[in-house]
Design a protein around this ligand. Structure first.
Ligand code: ATP
Ligand code: MG
Length: 247
């Protein structure tokens, strides 16, 4: 469903991704782990088209999308949520979801009140709000909801474009342990045919949600395999300095 071949990117002298090759099957849930500065976000930026690799290629559902723009890739089913907040603060949860759905269904117009009233848009809003547990907050403004709920909404906005592949950059960053657990459940309950690539620092999430794990270190894939193999890897333990002993 999503494949990269030897993605390479340098920022000046810094080699941020080194020959990164990944392959995700349809419905696979893969977590990318790696220390700060390992190149995880830079890899995502190349997948979605915000950054052009120096060399290598990106393939989505069998098509080479390396030279396509962010919008073109999004239309083909690649959607992402960000490490930083990208929501409209003055709008409600419903309106944020509706705008994303309206853009996706081609119903976005200047009169966006009209766009949100379209049945196709309303249907997506309802479905996504249920998937990411946002019904209790549906009429609240983003400025009024908690940080954790915002993170849920970010995933909802990405889902409202009905993606084939969902990329999430640290969806639980800054969220407390309790909320983080709820987040794992939410991800586990998403449709099984949705392909997910999730950047995480939280080992628990990785082991809870992932079918497969990729570890990046200094821009290089140093591990690619099943979660139980990752647990046993001494190399990974070294990279994380034992931080997952109790994971
Ligand atoms: N636009 C840029 N120009 C120059 N260097 C950059 C740029 N973006 C990122 N870098 C550098 O590339 C390296 C990888 O950064 P990246 O943000 O991909 O890491 P990360 O794995 O996502 O880290 P974190 O866990 O902190 O989010 C870092 O050394 C960073 O300083
Ligand atoms: Mg990052």
């Amino acid at each position: 469903m999503l494949k990269t071949r030897e993605l390479d990117k340098k920022f000046g002298a810094v080699h941020v991704t080194r020959q990164v090759s990944l392959k995700l099957e349809r419905g696979e849930r893969r977590v990318i782990l790696g220390p700060n500065g390992a190149g995880k976000t830079t890899l995502f930026n190349q997948l979605v088209g915000e950054l052009t690799p120096d060399s290598g290629s990106v393939h989505l559902a069998g098509e080479d999308v390396t030279s396509l723009t962010v919008a073109q890739r999004a239309r083909r089913g690649l959607s992402r949520s960000y490490q930083k907040n990208t929501l409209f603060d003055g709008l409600t949860v419903e309106e944020n979801l509706g705008l994303a759905a309206a853009v996706h269904t081609g119903h976005a117009t200047r009169l966006w009140g009209d766009s949100l009233a379209r049945p196709e848009v309303r249907e997506i809003v309802q479905e996504v709000a249920e998937q990411v547990n946002l019904m209790p907050f549906i009429h609240a403004k983003v400025s009024e909801i908690s940080y954790g709920v915002r993170r849920q909404l970010e995933v909802g906005v990405a889902l409202a474009t009905r993606p084939l592949v969902l990329l999430m950059d640290e969806p639980t960053s800054g969220v407390g342990p309790e909320m983080s657990k709820a987040f794992h459940d939410l991800l586990n309950n998403l449709p099984r045919d949705l392909t997910m690539l999730i950047i995480e620092h939280d080992m628990d999430l990785a082991f809870d949600v992932a079918d497969t794990i990729t570890v990046l270190n200094y821009g290089e894939v140093v591990f690619d395999g099943a979660p139980n193999e990752a647990r046993g890897s001494s190399l990974l333990r070294e990279i994380y300095l034992g931080s997952w002993e109790d994971a």
